[in-house]
Design a protein around this ligand. Structure first.
Ligand code: BG6
Length: 503
C-alpha cells in the first residue's frame, strides 16, 4: 500500500522475542506512548510471538506490569486497556518453519493482516536468518507485489563483521526490498543527533567554517558509567568496537562530517553518509591509530565494581575491549589534515555523549604576546545527558587591563522545549509505521562501516587490552595516544545550564 503522506496506516505489528527485555522495557512502553499521544489506528493489532506457551490474558497482564513500570508518561487506565485489547500472544519456536505456517493461519483466522505487516525482530541475532527464511516459507513475506506493504525491523548487531552482515543481508533481500528494511540504530533518533543536520545546514554561521581551514580536530565521545549489565555472553563476543563504534559512533561521525544532502529525503541523507564512510582511511598502522582497553576491579562512585574478566559469561582471559579510542582520517578536501578522535567506554568517570568541534587557534597578532593565553574555540554538541549545544569562546575579564578568559553561550534543549521529547523507540516505531527510513541505516552504510571496523579488529586480534580502573577516563595509553599529536581529550563537563534543569 503506497503511503504518499507518510500517515500511520492500520497495520499488524508482529514482535518476535516478545518476552524479552527489549520488548518489555522499550517496545511496549513506546507503543503505550503512541496509543496515548496519537491513538493508534483503528484495526492496528499487535501479535507478540515468543517461545514460551502463554494465554493472551497472561501476556497482557505481563505487558501491563511492564508498561506501568517503564512508561515515562503517567499511565491512564482506559488508554492502557485500549492498547492491551490490541495485543495477542502467539507461541512460536523461531527455528521451526511449521510454527510460522500456524502464525499465518492464526492471522488469517483473526483477519488481522489489513494494511501490511511489520515484523519486528527483537530476538537475539542468531535467530535473524531462520526467522527471515521461515517467514518466506510460510508465505508471510516475499519480493512479489503482494507483500510490498510489509516491513521488517532489525535490532543491532546486524552481522558481526562484513562477511556475516553481507550473508544476512543477502538472505533478507530474498524476501524484502531495501525499502522495506528498517535497521535500527537508536542513536539516530536522539534529538540532538537529529539536530545536527538542522544546526549545520539551517544556519549561515557554522557551515562556512566547517572544514579544514578552520577546524583543528574533532572529538566524539560516548562515555558510559554503566558496565555490561549482565550481558556477558553477548558482550564478550563483540566488545566496544562492535557494540558502539561500528554503529552509534560511526553514525555520529557521518552526520558530523558529511556534506549537505540534496534534500532531507532518507536516501539523499544516506548517500552523503556513505560518501564519508567510503572516504575513511583504511590503510596505515591501525594499531598505532587506536587504543583498546578493559576495566579491572575497583571502586566507582563508592561502589565496588568487579573486573570485566570476572563478569558472568565472560572468558577469564578475555581480550575483549570495554574501551576503544581511535583516530579516523577522512580522505577528502574538506577534512584534509583534520583528525576525528573517537572514543567509547564502559565504567568511565561520567556519562556523556558529546561531539566537540575544536577550532584552530586564533591567529590575530593583537593577542600574540605571552600574557594572553588564548584557548581554541569549541562547539560542543551535547547529545546526552543535559542535551544542548555550547559554544566556547574567548572574552574579556572585567577590569582596566585586557585579560582574557573562556566563556560559553549555551542552548539548553530541555529549558527551551521541555522534558517530554519523544524517547528513541517512540520515534522509531512511529517512523516505521509511517514508512520513513531516515532514522534507519541503509545496507551500504552498514557494509562500509563493517569494512572499517573489520580492519581495526584484525589489527587488535588476540592482543591484550590496556587496563583501566572503573571511574576513570580509560587507560592512560589513551591519553598518551592523543597527547603525542599535541592534543588532549576534552573532559566532558556538566553544562552551566544543568543548574536550571535541577530546579
Ligand atoms: C547499545 C549498546 O546499543 O547502546 C549498549 O548495546 C550501550 O552497550 C547503549 O550501553 C548506549 O545507549 P544509550 O542510549 O544509553 O547511550
Amino acid at each position: 500500500m503506497k503511503n504518499k503522506n507518510n500517515a500511520v496506516e492500520p497495520h499488524t505489528l508482529v514482535i518476535f522475542g516478545a518476552t524479552g527485555d527489549l520488548t518489555h522495557r522499550k517496545l511496549l512502553p513506546a507503543l503505550y506512548f503512541l496509543e496515548h499521544h496519537m491513538s493508534l489506528p483503528k484495526g492496528f493489532s499487535i501479535i507478540c510471538a515468543a517461545r514460551r506457551s502463554k494465554a493472551d490474558a497472561e501476556y497482557r497482564n505481563e505487558a501491563e506490569k511492564s508498561i506501568r513500570q517503564f512508561s515515562r508518561i503517567k499511565v491512564d487506565d482506559s488508554c492502557l486497556r485500549k492498547l492491551l485489547s490490541r495485543i495477542h500472544y502467539h507461541q512460536l519456536e523461531f527455528n521451526d518453519a511449521g510454527h510460522y505456517t500456524s502464525l499465518a493461519e492464526y492471522m488469517d483466522k483473526k483477519r488481522i493482516t489489513r494494511g501490511g505487516i511489520i515484523f519486528y525482530l527483537a530476538t537475539p541475532p542468531i535467530f535473524f536468518d531462520a526467522t527471515i527464511k521461515n517467514l518466506a516459507l510460510a508465505k508471510l513475506a516475499g519480493i512479489s507485489k503482494k507483500f510490498s506493504s510489509n516491513r521488517v525491523v532489525f535490532e543491532k548487531p546486524f552481522g558481526n563483521n562484513f562477511e556475516t552482515a553481507k550473508n544476512l543481508n543477502n538472505e533478507i533481500r530474498k524476501a524484502f526490498h531495501e525499502k522495506q528494511i528498517f535497521r535500527i540504530d537508536h542513536y539516530l533518533a536522539k534529538e540532538l543527533v537529529q539536530n545536527l543536520i538542522v544546526m549545520r545546514f539551517a544556519n549561515s554561521i557554522f557551515e562556512p567554517m566547517w572544514n579544514t581551514n578552520h577546524i583543528d580536530h574533532v572529538q566524539i565521545t560516548v562515555a558510559e558509567t554503566l558496565g555490561i549489565e549482565g550481558r556477558g555472553s553477548y558482550y564478550d563476543k563483540n566488545g566496544s568496537l562492535r557494540d558502539v563504534v561500528q554503529n552509534h559512533l560511526m553514525q555520529l561521525l557521518c552526520l558530523t562530517a558529511m556534506e549537505c544532502p540534496k534534500s532531507l529525503s532518507a536516501d539523499d541523507i544516506r548517500d552523503e553518509k556513505v560518501k564519508v564512510l567510503k572516504a575513511v582511511a583504511k590503510s596505515g598502522n591501525l594499531r598505532k591509530e587506536s587504543v583498546k582497553g578493559q576495566y579491572i576491579s575497583g571502586i566507582q562512585d563508592g561502589k565496588k565494581v568487579i573486573a570485566y574478566r570476572s563478569e558472568q559469561d565472560v572468558r577469564k582471559n578475555s581480550a575483549t575491549s570495554t574501551y576503544f579510542a581511535i583516530k579516523f582520517r577522512i580522505k577528502n578536501k574538506k577534512w584534509k589534515n583534520v583528525p576525528f578522535y573517537v572514543r567509547t567506554g564502559k565504567h568511565l568517570k561520567d556519562r556523556a555523549t558529546e561531539i566537540i568541534i575544536n577550532y584552530k587557534k586564533p591567529l590575530s597578532r593583537l593577542f600574540m604576546a605571552k600574557d594572553y593565553s588564548l584557548e581554541n574555540n569549541q562547539l560542543i554538541i551535547r547529545v546526552q545527558p543535559e542535551e544542548g549545544i555550547i559554544l566556547r569562546f574567548n572574552a574579556k575579564i572585567p577590569g582596566n587591563k585586557i585579560l582574557i578568559d573562556q566563556v560559553s553561550m549555551d542552548f539548553c534543549h530541555e529549558c527551551k522545549f521541555g522534558p517530554n521529547t519523544a524517547e528513541s523507540y517512540e520515534r522509531l516505531l512511529y517512523d516505521i509505521m509511517r514508512n520513513d527510513q531516515t532514522l534507519f541505516t541503509r545496507w551500504d552504510e552498514v557494509e562500509n562501516s563493517w569494512k572499517i571496523i573489520d580492519g581495526v579488529r584484525d589489527a587488535w586480534h588476540n592482543i591484550e587490552p590496556y587496563f583501566y580502573e572503573p571511574g576513570t577516563w580509560g587507560p592512560k595509553e589513551a591519553d598518551l595516544f592523543i597527547e603525542k599529536d599535541g592534543r588532549k581529550w576534552a573532559v566532558p563537563q556538566k553544562p552551566s545550564y544543568s543548574i536550571l534543569l535541577q530546579k
